[in-house]
Ligand binder design. Sequence first.
Ligand code: GRF
Length: 210
Amino acid sequence: MAAPASPARLVVLVSGSGTNLQALLDAVAEHGPAGFGAEVVAVGADRTGITGLERAERAGLPTFVCRVGDHATREEWDRALTEATAAHRPDLVVSAGFMKIVGKHFLARFGGRLVNTHPALLPSFPGAHGVRDALHYGVKLTGCTVHFVDDGVDTGPIIAQEAVEVRAEDDESALHERIKDVERRLLVDVVGRLAREGYSIEGRKVRVPA
Ligand code: GRF
């Protein structure tokens, strides 16, 4: 059972509005780093001009931006993202709406401690349009999944899931907002438990003490 140092150091990666990041920041503020078991030490992004970075700056946190377009190859970008993240010595890295697939360098450094949140019940509807795909398929129940990242697209070992009902009148945005309400709570709960209790990953099974 690998128990991160307490409080665990979190680097959070974002690409958009950063409401999942905000939920983590609020939990740390509410309980204190020792009480929550973790603190956010830096926020990284793959683009500039996003609310997620503004939230980090408002919280007085260091930020870094690593854009694919600023690098000659995807591999160089992956190396740069790895180094920028490693500079903050995270125990856990949280991909919270980070819309990029990380590469082999990032996984070599952070595999087994890189947590992602996805707005569907995996293994259904992986990829960038999980909410839209679930809606188009006509499922009555969807939800969110918090999982460790492996080298596939949303295929890593599942830590926790929660269901959300699809309503007849839902469009993608209404459904996504309801999923995000649940997702933020689930992510905060999972990250706190991983940090406080430690965890083990055996094949596809993640064990976190109750
Ligand atoms: C979340 O639903 C996440 O699962 C998805 O994008 C959304 C990010 O929301 N990949 P936010 O940026 O945390 O508000």
